[in-house]
Design a protein around this ligand. Structure first.
Ligand SMILES: *[C@@H]1O[C@H](CO)[C@@H](O)[C@H](O)[C@H]1NC(C)=O
Ligand SMILES: *[C@@H]1O[C@H](CO)[C@@H](O)[C@H](O)[C@H]1NC(C)=O
Length: 643
């Protein structure tokens, strides 16, 4: 037990170190590396001025999850987005970053592709005629890859019903007379696509990475590059050198996938080591979010928005310091600019755009063209220190919006992102999960083995809790009928198949902790490690503890029917309630397995269904043991006067 504790502490420490290492990346340098490049471009015209030039904007929306079963308002709202919102904002491009459909069964557990959901999506695009109004780039998410044996499969409805229909990674260049802008999609959806839940992490193998490197090199001459994908980089298992490194010339990486983590993280933005921003966008599904992004004189600005909330404001000059990247942007242009520039959109006419800096009203920006409003300013007056710009826009319908941000023209050491958001976006979850799994597993195995070979302590008068716990571990590890099955079962979790079943309909495969084998493909494990940690912590370890407790009582002469006499009602009842709860959880896991991967998986499942039976058998064994071993322990216990 002691070993177990120390191992867990070690695991904690290691985790802390890993975290510490990752946290290091938050402190961001505003100082450009190398000094040239973007830095010198900041000292060259064009500079932001009063006219409608060198500017364009685009939209992102993510995780739409059109569903046949839930939230009947989701699709109509999306249609309204495709008509009203698009008509008002008039974006050059719309990026839909995956999970176009929900692909979950009525019970919300199983998964499959429903053609009707895809047809609904396509109908919305057609009815709203949105494809005629803007460039619509929709990519796949993990839900769009549930239960798909191969890209050629008829169930791969993305091919048939999406607008862009482009499988795999690609490079889209938006060309204007003032510059070229690259958009690179990193397609990390697995193929074959397993059913849920073991289809959560994205995969970028060596080939896909090579392809992405090629795309990245194609984009070097573009004014700016943006990468986008469905997955956050922290939920992609990517081959060396890793996605974060090969996208390091991009100013931003746009994604979805994590929704808001159940409402806990409404804003998931961070910045990677090389300056690339990672901007996760909350979902359309429940939160009805979308994002407006702007390149204005190659300065990047964006705002995350809620559907149908007007007016929408984006301040493009001076841009936010928090979201600045000196490596990628010509930030020097701000101090040479002659005008504050704001985009204000609303279905009703925008009547005023009031601008304040550091709480002082500067003036009402003049409408130039489209959504652009500008106001002359003396940038020089703000060249020192950090300032706060606030813009209030009002429309004819009487609605107002206020937004603001900090800005500076100095090269200061910078504003940092929320620690939690940075942790979620910058760590590599699959690596952490692997490390924790291995540590918990080793601690578990070590405890079982070590007690077998340690010499048993002599019980003294009135032994305390730890002495008794220690003694019970000795009894457990030295009782062959319990020791071997538990040891083998624990090792099995790391090496054996957890279950064999229809990973994809019609295709049987095996799920191991380290990955899934199906139809001749190997899909690296990720979420499996997390489930493995839960399995060890909430099933294997409690089972061992229960067996030890039970053996200790046996040594004191108790049987199941008589044990209450030894422990008292309270302890016995609470112990059994906890154990029944944990067993219930395991039984639910078996039910979940049946619903997700089918009946065959339910029956051929050593780590789920079989483990419930194993646990019951072992518990019966422990209560009914009556061999020589237990008799010796019993004798020993008797000799020790027990308080
Ligand atoms: C954009 O790319 C095209 C084609 O590669 C090239 O001819 C053009 O000069 C580029 N424009 C700018 C402003 O760099
Ligand atoms: C885009 O890049 C070209 C070539 O470096 C440059 O001449 C042009 O001014 C840039 N566009 C903007 C808006 O800065």
């Amino acid at each position: 037990m002691f070993a177990l504790f120390s191992a867990l502490i070690a695991a904690g420490l290691l985790l802390a170190c890993l975290t510490g290492y990752m946290l290091e990346n938050y402190t961001v340098q505003l100082r450009p590396r190398g000094g040239t490049g973007q830095h010198s471009r900041g000292e060259q015209p064009p500079y932001p001025a009063g006219g409608m030039d060198n500017i364009f904007w685009f939209l992102q929306v993510s995780d739409i999850h059109i569903s046949k079963f839930v939230d009947s308002q989701r699709a109509p709202d999306f249609q309204k987005f495709c008509t009203e919102t698009i008509d008002v904002i008039k974006p050059e491009i719309v990026f839909v970053t995956g999970d176009l459909t929900d692909a979950k069964e009525r019970n919300r557990i199983g998964s499959r592709q429903y053609e009707i959901e895809w047809q609904t999506y396509q109908t919305i695009l057609k009815k709203s005629r949105v494809l005629e109004k803007t460039k619509w780039i929709d990519i796949k998410g993990n839900h769009d890859a549930f239960n798909i044996p191969s890209l050629e499969s008829v169930n791969n409805y993305y091919r048939k019903y999406s607008a862009f229909k482009r499988e795999g990674s690609f490079h889209y260049v938006y060309q204007t007379h003032f510059g070229n802008y690259s958009f690179i999609c990193a397609d990390a959806t697995p193929s074959p696509g397993p059913k849920r839940p073991f289809n959560f992490f994205g995969l970028l193998n060596q080939n896909k990475m090579a392809e992405l490197s090629k795309l990245a090199s194609e984009a070097v001459h573009s004014n700016q590059t943006i990468w986008f994908s469905h997955y956050t980089t922290s939920t992609i298992i990517s081959a060396s050198p890793g996605i974060r490194r090969i996208m390091s010339s991009a100013i931003a990486y746009l994604c979805g996938h994590l929704h808001t983590l159940g409402g806990f993280m409404p804003v998931l933005h961070s910045r990677h080591e090389h300056g690339t921003l990672e901007l996760e966008l909350a979902d359309w599904m429940d939160n009805r979010r979308y994002r407006v992004l702007v390149f204005d004189h190659d300065l990047f600005s964006f705002v995350d928005l809620k559907f149908d909330k007007w007016p929408v404001i984006v301040i493009t000059n001076p841009k936010s310091t928090l979201y600045s990247s000196p490596v990628h942007e010509p930030l020097g242009k701000i101090k040479h600019s002659t005008h504050i520039r704001v985009l204000a959109f609303s279905p009703a006419q925008v009547t005023s755009v009031l601008i304040k800096i550091d709480g002082v009203l500067i003036g009402n920006a003049v409408h130039i063209e489209g959504p652009l409003h500008t106001l002359p300013w003396k940038a020089k007056d703000y060249s020192k220190g950090m300032h706060f710009i606030e813009v209030q826009a009002q429309d004819k319908a009487g609605r107002t919006t206020i937004i603001g941000h900090k800005f500076t023209m100095e090269e200061v050491e910078l504003l940092t992102f929320d620690i939690m958001a940075s942790f979620i976006l910058q760590s590599s979850h699959y690596i952490m999960l692997r490390v924790i799994f291995i540590l918990v597993l080793l601690a578990n195995i070590l405890v079982i083995i070590v007690f077998r070979y340690l010499t048993k302590p002599q019980l003294k008068e009135s032994p305390g809790f730890f002495t008794l716990a220690n003694f019970s571990f000795h009894v457990f590890s030295k009782t062959n009928v319990l020791y071997y099955p538990v040891l083998l079962f624990t090792c099995y979790i790391a090496v054996g198949p957890w279950f064999i079943g229809e990973i994809v309909d019609g295709y049987f495969g095996a799920c191991f902790v380290f990955g899934i084998v199906v139809d001749g493909h190997f899909l690296e494990g990720s979420l499996t490690f997390f489930i493995g940690i839960l399995q060890l912590t909430f099933f294997n370890i409690p089972l061992i503890c229960y067996l030890c407790w039970c053996l200790l009582l046996r040594c004191r002469g108790a049987f199941f029917r008589s044990h209450i006499k030894y422990t008292g009602w309270i302890r016995s009842v609470s112990m059994h309630i906890i154990m029944m709860g944990l067993l219930g959880w395991q039984v639910y896991a078996c039910y979940f397995l049946q619903k997700t991967y089918g009946t065959v998986a339910f029956f051929l499942s050593p780590v789920r269904t079989w483990s419930v039976i194993l646990a019951l058998v072992l518990v019966c064994k422990a209560w009914n043991l009556n061999n020589s071993a237990i008799r010796t322990f019993k004798a020993e216990m008797k000799n020790c006067p027990y308080s």
